[in-house]
Design a protein. Structure first.
Lengths: 348, 566
């Protein structure tokens, strides 16, 4: 297994810069998600990895082999990669088994070896019984698994996944996420997964590259992204939470309760540092119960089953999200304790 | 550089060269014609173009072309919209059969349509004789007139209106109608205030197509107009060429230019109108609207069936009756009925077999060659930038959009002298007709393939590419099987059109090189109406069989490939 290196890759379509000097080092066997809103360049990056788009600048290397640069472009059929497409891209004129076996046929594998590899691949995705069916007869989730089986049949060095769950309903997504995890555990292939859904990325990936407007916003593990987002934009994109202005700390610094509460009560002109407060770090108390704490008023409450989400308005006019075990009436006054916060870079 | 990169670029270059060659070849006939018509303008008032423009016969034929085509268009609009509205919007029964029967006249060659109608009316009609309703001897044949020509042109092109209107009705989102109904509109109000205005574009397009197709029609004005001395532009060119030969080529080129410009102006006008009346329709479309006819259903069904009886069944019955009598003017009874005509055309007439063989070779050969060209051509065109793509498509469509006579004159101009360099003489051989068919019908084969390719999810090919398939392997293993039904349908359509073709071959045939279309025309002109009827019956049977074959193929084709299943 070889690592994948993306070195200052840039892609321009005419005037517009779809990917701007993106650099990533992907370790062998790592599961990486490219995450960002639509139009952020993540799919373009994936298509450059596959070789469907030439680069404008930069270099893509697999191990010590250069796959693409301005001078050289290894065509997709020579990259030993595999891809799961958003539309599955199953060939409708071939049976399930033929779809899975096609890459083997191209590698001139025949006879018993061919049949054994196809059967193995289908068994791995629990579709052995469907080998003779045509793809049109399968459900969305089954088609997705056929596409997966087609990927793993040739032991590719890199597997690319282009929003593979976008066309599935919510229940199926959870099952398929499990399939992807299994797939990764068994094959240990390097996987690049493009998605706009942060929860998908968080639950699957070893590391996530958050992209925005063609640039890399942050490159970190899911936990680091959640706990220590770099900028206000990343913080608002990943998980829930509120942005407040405090007069304490500096970007990249953790604030404990005392410093945070002090910083929040300073005069408005001194409060210039944006800080992220996650709802699980807020305790809501009845207004009368305590003299300490920040005053706020309930604007609305949403029932989420295991808890209530409270949308609060602070006296400073800022809004804050908190969890609470019971519903509170609209307009009711409360006192808040903020246990910790994370200082962000202000948004450019 | 990796070796497969050169393989990929090698394929790209080959296909690009092919595309350029085909586009250039499609343009050559029109350019040659333009050159001939405008070349001698320096001669001033003696130039052929001026002479033609000053001749009274030109303007008379032009007016008659416009009159018959215009009247034909109105008839086509009336018939076509009646069938389109009823069949698409209501819950009438037996839709598939109604559509098939209504579309049949479009596929029956015009000379056969003309012949069958001639057998239906007039004092010598065997059918009228048989039921004792024939007018007295010496009374005129009512169809030998401008209105007769217009009626048949209208019937022949009504399916074009039907198709255009049906397509735009099917693309009408169901929600638009449902929203009107929920707002309190009755069925009639929905029809008049929502459906009719929104589907205006289809009506205009259909009318324009009917007009252009009537303008270029040769078979009907030739069979009905020439005996009465009523010449329209295509028959005028034919008559001049028949009497004066290649000596009047320059003038004929000028006449062809005139009618060609007229047809292209029609196309341009149609596209401009279409653009103006196009709405951005949002919502689910593609389903019929199922207006309930209620107690009117019986009456409406009777109306449609009556129309079909009048425009399809009656003339075809007359044709069959005519093919079974010993001679024109004899009534069909158990005693007179005979299969002699069939024996004659199949058994004894050497010309029939020769014509059948010629037509089968021409049509089959054209279909095969065009199928071979279409896939690589469509594949390359799809990868061109939008603007180049539409330019190339227009060039390829030109020989089909121009009236057949225009292409025929252009081909004579091109090949009347042996081709330089290779020194092959095509003039006076079957090869000339073959080349003309290739140019004319390429777009017929290309369109379904292009539609099939456009429907193909690009990721299907990309998946094969990542799996390791090179460019030729992808073309043969993934793309070809997926567009094969469309490719096959395109070939079948070419065959269907070419095997009955008359307009081009009427000008290009020579002794021994007749086609099926020319044979019927010549038999009828030579007074052998019974034999002509027998051949026509066989032709109609062949057309219906081929249409049925295409209908069976339809479920596997992209939408709109089979013309009668819009």
């Amino acid at each position: 297994m070889a690592g994948l290196t993306i070195d200052r890759v840039t892609k321009r379509f005419g005037e517009q810069c779809a990917v701007d000097a993106l650099s990533l080092d992907v370790a062998p066997g790592e599961f990486v998600a490219l995450l960002g809103p639509s139009g952020c360049g993540k799919t373009t990056m994936l298509r450059m990895l596959a070789g469907f788009e030439p680069l404008s600048e930069g270099e893509i290397r697999l191990g010590d082999r250069t796959l693409a640069s301005r001078e050289c472009h290894v065509p997709p059929e020579r990259r030993n990669m595999a891809m799961v497409f958003q539309s599955y891209a199953l060939w409708p004129h071939m049976s399930v088994a033929d779809n899975v076996g096609y890459p083997l046929k191209l590698r001139r594998l025949e006879g018993d070896a061919y049949r054994r590899r196809v059967a193995q691949a289908l068994a791995l995705v629990d579709l052995a019984a469907y080998a003779a069916r045509s793809p049109q007869e399968l459900s969305g989730g089954q088609r997705q698994r056929v596409a997966l089986a087609r990927c793993l049949v040739t032991d590719p060095e890199v597997v690319l996944l282009d929003e593979p769950l976008a066309n599935l309903d919510r229940h199926l997504r959870a099952t398929m996420e499990q399939s992807f995890r299994e797939f990764h555990r068994r094959t240990r292939a390097t996987m690049i997964y493009v998605t706009h859904d942060q929860s998908e990325a968080m639950s699957l990936a070893d590391r996530i590259a958050v992209m925005r407007g063609g640039r890399l916003e942050q490159w970190a593990t899911p936990e680091a992204l959640y706990r220590r987002p770099r900028s206000a934009w990343v913080a608002s994109f990943i998980g829930q939470g509120s942005l407040l202005e405090v007069a304490a700390g500096r970007p990249g610094l953790h604030l404990e309760e005392a410093a945070l509460m002090r910083g929040l009560t300073a005069v408005a002109t001194e409060r210039t540092q944006p800080v992220l407060v996650r709802p699980e770090h807020v305790t809501v108390l009845p207004e009368s119960a305590s003299q300490r704490g920040l005053r706020a008023r309930v604007e609305s409450a949403t029932f989420r089953g295991e808890r209530h989400e409270l949308h609060l308005r602070l006296e400073s006019g800022e809004t804050l999200l908190a969890y609470h075990h019971t519903a509170l009436a609209e307009g009711q006054g409360v006192a808040l304790l903020l246990h910790e916060g994370w200082c962000l870079e202000p948004d450019a | 550089m990796a070796p497969s990169l050169t393989e990929g670029s090698q394929q790209r270059w080959l296909l690009t060269l092919l595309t350029i060659a085909i586009v250039a070849l499609s343009l050559v006939p029109s350019l040659r014609l333009l050159f001939e018509a405008l070349g001698d303008l320096a001669q001033g008032s003696e130039a052929p173009l001026w002479r033609v423009l000053q001749a009274e016969s030109t303007w008379r034929a032009l007016w008659r072309s416009l009159y018959t085509s215009g009247l034909g268009m109105l008839i086509a609009l009336a018939l076509g919209s009646l069938f389109a509205f009823v069949i698409t919007l209501t819950d009438i029964r037996g839709k598939a059969w109604l559509v098939f029967c209504f579309m049949l006249p479009m596929m029956i060659p015009p000379q056969v349509t003309a012949l069958s109608w001639l057998q239906l009316f007039g004092p010598a009609s065997p059918l009228l004789k048989s039921i004792g309703m024939a007018p007295p001897l010496g009374s005129p044949q009512p169809l030998y007139s401008a209105e007769g020509i217009a009626l048949l042109l209208g019937i022949q092109s009504a399916p074009l209106v039907f198709l255009a209107l049906r397509t735009s009705l099917l693309s009408l989102p169901r929600e638009l109608v449902e929203a009107a109904r929920i707002s309190g509109a009755r069925q009639a109000q929905v029809w008049g205030q929502i459906i009719l205005p929104v589907s205006r574009g289809g009506l205009i397009a259909g009318g324009a197509m009917a007009f252009i197709s009537s303008l270029g029609n040769f078979g009907i004005p030739a069979m009905l107009g020439i005996p009465a001395g009523y010449y329209v532009l295509p028959t005028l060119i034919y008559q001049r060429m028949a009497s004066f030969g290649t000596g009047v080529l320059a003038e004929m080129a000028s006449l062809s230019l005139l009618i060609g410009v007229l047809a292209l102006a029609g196309v341009a006008l149609q596209q401009a109108w279409m653009k103006r009346s196009r709405f951005g329709l949002v919502g689910h479309s593609g389903r019929a609207h199922d207006f309930s006819l209620g107690r009117w259903r019986g009456g409406v069904t009777v109306l449609l069936v009556t129309v079909l009886l009048a425009i399809l069944v009656a003339p075809l019955a007359a044709l069959v009756v005519s093919s079974l009598v010993p001679a024109m003017g004899v009534a069909l009874t158990w005693e007179t009925a005979t299969l002699n005509a069939y024996h004659e055309v199949i058994g004894r007439q050497g010309a029939t077999w020769r014509a059948v063989r010629n037509s089968l070779w021409l049509a089959g050969g054209a279909a095969v060659v065009l199928m071979l060209c279409s896939l690589p051509l469509a594949y390359r065109l799809q990868r061109l930038p939008q603007r180049w793509q539409s330019l190339a498509l227009s060039a390829i469509e030109l020989p089909y959009a121009l009236p057949g006579v225009v292409l025929a004159v252009a081909c004579i101009l091109l090949f009347v002298r042996p081709i330089p360099v290779v020194n092959v003489a095509l003039y006076g051989t079957l090869g000339l007709i073959f080349v003309a068919y290739l140019a004319r019908f390429l777009v017929v084969c290309l369109k379904p393939v292009a539609a099939g390719l456009a429907q193909l999810d690009p990721s299907l090919e990309e998946a094969a590419q990542l799996a390791g398939a090179g460019p030729w392997r992808r073309l043969g293993g993934i793309v070809l099987p997926l567009v094969a039904p469309a490719l096959f349908a395109g070939g079948l359509l070419v065959f269907l059109l070419a095997v009955n073709e008359l307009t081009v071959s009427a000008l290009l045939w020579s002794a021994g090189n007749e086609t099926l279309g020319v044979l019927i025309f010549n038999l009828d002109e030579g007074g052998e109406s019974v034999l002509a009827a027998a051949v026509s019956v066989l032709v109609v049977m062949m057309v219906a069989t081929l249409m049925l074959a295409l209908s069976l193929l339809a479920p596997r084709l992209p939408k709109g490939v089979v013309p009668w299943q819009g």
